[in-house]
Design a protein. Structure first.
Length: 113
C-alpha cells in the first residue's frame, strides 16, 4: 500500500469517526500532520477504552467467582450439618422451607444484618 493510500485510509477513518463528526470539523482542511496527530489520539483513546472495559470485565469475573465459591462453601456446610446428601434440590428446598421461620426467629442478633 502506498503512503498516499495509507494517508487516505487514515483520513477517512478519522473524519468519519463520531467524535470528529460531532465536532463539525471540516475534513478537507486537515493537513497530513493533523491527520497523523488525530489518528494517534484516536488510537490512544481506543486503547484506553479497551483497558477500562477489560478492568470492568475482570472485576465482574472476580465477583462471580467469589459468589460461586461462597455458594459452594455454604452448600457444603448445609449438606454436612443437615445430613442431606441424599436429598434432591427440591427436597432440600422443602426441608429448608419447613425450618426457615424457626431459624430466622431464633437467629442470634450478632448474626443478623
Amino acid at each position: 500500500m502506498k503512503k498516499s493510500e495509507i494517508h487516505n485510509t487514515m483520513k477517512k477513518q478519522i473524519v468519519n469517526h463520531p467524535i470528529i463528526i460531532q465536532a463539525n470539523m471540516n475534513h478537507h482542511d486537515l493537513t497530513d500532520s493533523e491527520v497523523i496527530e488525530l489518528w494517534k489520539k484516536l488510537k490512544k483513546t481506543q486503547q484506553k477504552k479497551e483497558r477500562i472495559l477489560a478492568k470492568i470485565n475482570n472485576e465482574n469475573q472476580k465477583r462471580r467467582k467469589e459468589r460461586a465459591n461462597r455458594l459452594i462453601q455454604k452448600g457444603a456446610l448445609l449438606e454436612h450439618y443437615f445430613e442431606i446428601k441424599n436429598l434432591s434440590i427440591d427436597e432440600t428446598e422443602e426441608l429448608l422451607k419447613m425450618f426457615s421461620d424457626f431459624i430466622v426467629s431464633k437467629k442470634p442478633s450478632h448474626l443478623r444484618k
